[in-house]
Write a new protein. Structure first.
Length: 139
């Protein structure tokens, strides 16, 4: 596979990896299983049990397993055509996927800040309007 095509595969294949890892480790739809895994990771009897359940609460950790599954599904290799290409692809996919998740987190924070600022301005306007209406009423 030519280098340009490999880079396109790397960038595109990282998107579903990031999406799956983020959804499982952050979104509301998986909240209950994630809370269960979090409890088990904190209260497990053995270190193996605690580490296993921790994997489902950390987007970085979980992205390794999602990337490995994607590699098994697609057969993608990076730079080399043997097992070393699979290993390089695994870590490159995880890294790019985590860059995507970091950017997504920053975007979400910015959107949340904008939403909070808009809500605060709306409250201030409503308060000002109600105070003005009260003054008119009393005048």
């Amino acid at each position: 596979m030519i280098m340009t095509l490999q880079l396109v595969w790397l960038l595109v294949l990282s998107l579903p990896i990031a999406c799956i890892a983020w959804t499982v480790t952050h979104e509301e739809v998986f909240r209950e299983p994630r809370e269960y895994c979090k409890r088990r990771s904190e209260q497990g009897r053995s270190i193996l049990e605690r580490k296993f359940f921790y994997l489902f609460t950390c987007e970085y950790c979980f992205s390794h397993y999602v990337a490995a599954a994607m590699l098994a599904l697609t057969g993608f290799r990076l730079l080399l055509d043997d097992w070393r290409g699979i290993l390089i692809a695994l870590f490159a996919l995880v890294w790019i996927a985590n860059v995507y998740m970091g950017l997504f987190a920053l975007i979400r924070i910015d959107l949340k800040v904008e939403r909070l600022e808009a809500d605060m301005k709306t409250e201030q306007l409503a308060k000002t309007d109600s105070e003005a209406a009260e003054k008119k009423k009393n005048a």
